[in-house]
Design a protein around this ligand. Structure first.
Ligand SMILES: CC(C)(COP(=O)(O)OP(=O)(O)OC[C@H]1O[C@@H](n2cnc3c(N)ncnc32)[C@H](O)[C@@H]1OP(=O)(O)O)[C@@H](O)C(=O)NCCC(=O)NCCS
Length: 160
């Protein structure tokens, strides 16, 4: 079931951010901060956090996937997907594609125009780039050394 995250989900979302291999354990605090700020009022500014809650009957409990997206300042209805992660045990089963489809449907229903997502050119993000490309996202730009020396940013774009 895909639904909005609630404050009670926060610990599970942080755990999932690590279990999806989106963040190393030592960076889990960044997700904790993001969620704390989200529940403290960012939702009113349009920020959205969706979770895919596993159906207990299929043998999995807890959250399968999370996505967080926010409007981009100084643009006309352009958005950024800040994070998407699927539990490692559930990779390559269509969970991420379904969740991202849901994100796009939500934004279309809200009359929004563009969805951007930053990822890294590092081999650790090969599967993320393959994922966005498979789902019809265009590789729009690269910013050399963005995340660090030798770690380029790859910007994907999806017209809604
Ligand atoms: C990227 C991620 C969200 C994909 O989620 P997923 O549920 O495994 O992806 P799906 O099963 O929906 O895959 C959809 C399509 O994307 C492509 N794809 C996904 N994972 C891939 C991989 N490891 N290698 C190559 N292609 C891949 C395939 O075309 C796939 O379709 P197919 O399985 O029918 O061939 C997941 O790997 C993840 O959580 N990674 C760690 C966190 C991360 O990097 N997030 C993005 C940060 S920018």
């Amino acid at each position: 079931v895909i639904r909005s995250a609630t404050p009670a989900d926060a610990p599970a979302v942080v755990a999932l951010a690590v279990a999806s291999e989106l963040f190393p354990p030592e960076e889990a605090g960044a997700v904790e901060t993001l969620l704390a700020e989200f529940f403290a009022g960012r939702a009113e500014q349009g920020h959205t956090c969706l979770v895919d809650d596993a159906n207990p009957t299929d043998g999995h409990r807890g959250l399968r996937a999370v996505a967080y997206y926010q409007p981009l300042a100084a643009t006309d209805r352009a958005w950024e997907l800040l994070m998407i992660g699927v539990h490692r045990d559930r990779h390559r089963q269509g969970v991420g594609a379904r969740l991202l489809g849901h994100v796009e449907d939500d934004l279309r229903a809200r009359g929004q125009r563009l969805l951007l997502v930053q990822t890294s050119a590092d081999p650790a993000f090969d599967r993320a780039r393959a994922f966005y490309a498979a789902l019809g996202y265009d590789e729009e730009a690269r910013v050399r050394d963005y995340f660090g020396d030798g770690d380029d940013m790859v910007l994907f774009r999806r017209a809604l």
